[in-house]
Design a protein around this ligand. Structure first.
Ligand code: AMP
Length: 434
């Protein structure tokens, strides 16, 4: 079979690499891909942008693609799955209507409230309905969110009502374009975050192995928020009891609620959860796609054939298949260009990829491009994600950083402590064992 992966980041490299390992798969096309996907056996890039829906449909038809998997949210929110379905093409992802779970925080909050799914208290405003007195009555800190897609930058946490009002007004004034036409003012939730990622077929759900990412740029979870500086799986914060609570209180009610609302959900569903001190799994956000960088360590642990799972989901048969996991932990360290998450320089040569390829683990590409002499150049904020495996998160971390140590380019930056919470939990468990 022929598979098309839509997107060009680290997540898409991991999805393409995983699909290419399937004995059922003859070829994987990636639109547009990166220098890493271009170098994978059985994989080739096609110069079509990930959000050019008509061109993606034409590509799938011309190339007789059997299965398309959508990586990023933008084409989903634009309705790429609906467009594929209209032409009888098999495309794994949610349709446009349920993709609003990611495309509109106002929609999501109202959905969660209506279905009794735990989440922070909130109110939604437009420029015309904005009520500064409501904001002044809130306890601090206050969370201010642009409702629409704002490339991960539309959430601000402030310590005073005046700052919250100023943030909301900047959003209404167009700081994030139309993403700020509606603004959600939300109660601040303390706790520890976890990512919970499942695949759904409209009715049934299969959870992926648990994972956790690091959103802040600098060591010790300091510095600005980013798309993600590293991730690992499994996440010890999601104990078996917490796993059950998240499935019962968040995932199943969400899939049931969407079906009841007339928009059944097929695709990857990513729930960002804040586990409250009392154990309540509050939903921070939904993403209607796989996480990046969570995909990279999770695909390294998945033993099952991803194409079989996606096809089962498209046929509504997820209850008939299972996921088989490598019991080892996997940990991915993102290497970013200098300046990330602000503007970054592009075009620097990356050294050490050949050496890294001979070490255990796997280096996934994100913002990379092939230069005129076949060299690999930086071409984006997040550049590489080095994944290690090991019997513990600590051992996986050592393998990942051995890869990082071989890779260099001008002003590369990365965190040195990915997995620190899990490793502290492992150490505490060791101590308790005596
Ligand atoms: P979101 O895009 O809604 O997940 O928000 C991005 C990040 O902001 C989350 O990963 C949290 O770290 C933080 N955040 C969002 N909402 C809240 C909240 N209500 N309380 C505390 N932190 C939050």
């Amino acid at each position: 079979m022929k598979v098309l992966i839509v997107g060009g980041g680290g997540r898409e490299h991991a999805l393409a690499w995983k699909c290419a390992q399937s004995p059922r798969v003859d070829a994987v096309l990636v639109a547009p891909g990166n220098a890493g996907t271009a170098r994978e056996p059985k994989v080739r890039n096609v110069d079509v942008a990930a959000d050019d829906v008509p061109a993606l449909v034409a590509l799938a038809q011309d190339q007789r693609i059997d299965l398309t998997i959508i990586g990023p949210e933008a084409p989903l929110v634009l309705g790429v799955v609906d467009a594929f379905e209209a032409r009888g093409l098999r495309c794994f992802g949610p349709r446009r209507a349920p993709s609003r779970l990611e495309g509109s925080k106002a929609f999501t909050k109202e959905f969660l409230r209506r279905h009794g799914i735990p989440t922070a208290g909130y109110a939604t405003f437009t420029r015309d309905t904005f009520d500064a007195d409501f904001v002044r009555r809130q306890r601090t800190p206050i969370v201010v969110k642009a409702s629409g897609l704002a490339a991960g930058k539309g959430v601000v946490i402030v310590d005073s009502a005046d700052e919250a009002i100023a943030c909301a007004q900047a959003m209404f004034a167009g700081q994030f374009g139309s993403a700020g036409d509606e603004v959600v003012i939300e109660e601040f939730l303390p706790g520890e975050e976890a990512s919970f990622i499942v695949m759904a077929d409209g009715v049934h759900v299969l959870p992926f192995a648990t994972s956790q990412d690091h959103k802040r740029r600098d060591d010790g979870d300091a510095g600005p928020n980013t798309g993600g500086m590293g991730a690992y799986s499994p996440a010890p914060v999601v104990t078996p009891a917490m796993h059950e609570r998240i499935m019962d209180e968040v995932i199943h009610p969400t899939i049931r609620g969407l079906a009841a609302d007339g928009m059944p959900y097929t695709g990857f569903l990513y729930a960002g959860i804040m586990i409250a001190p009392d154990g309540t799994p509050n939903v921070l956000e939904f993403n209607c796609r796989f996480g990046d960088p969570e995909t990279q360590p999770i695909m390294c642990r998945l033993r099952s054939d991803l194409t079989v799972l996606c096809e089962a989901a498209l046929d509504g048969r997820l209850d008939e298949v299972q996921m088989d996991w490598d019991p080892r932990a996997a940990l991915g360290v993102v290497m970013a260009a200098g300046g990330y998450p602000d503007s970054v320089r592009k075009g620097d040569t990356i050294e050490g990829l050949e050496l890294a390829a001979r070490l255990p683990g796997k280096v996934f590409h994100a913002g990379t491009a092939t230069g005129p002499a076949g060299e690999v150049l930086t071409s984006g904020g997040r550049v590489l994600c080095a994944v290690g495996l090991g019997d513990t998160v600590g051992a996986a971390q050592r393998e990942a950083y051995a890869l990082v140590d071989t890779l260099r380019w001008r002003d590369a930056q990365f965190r040195h402590d990915i997995g620190h919470r899990a490793i502290a939990r492992e150490a505490a468990r060791e101590r308790a064992r005596g």
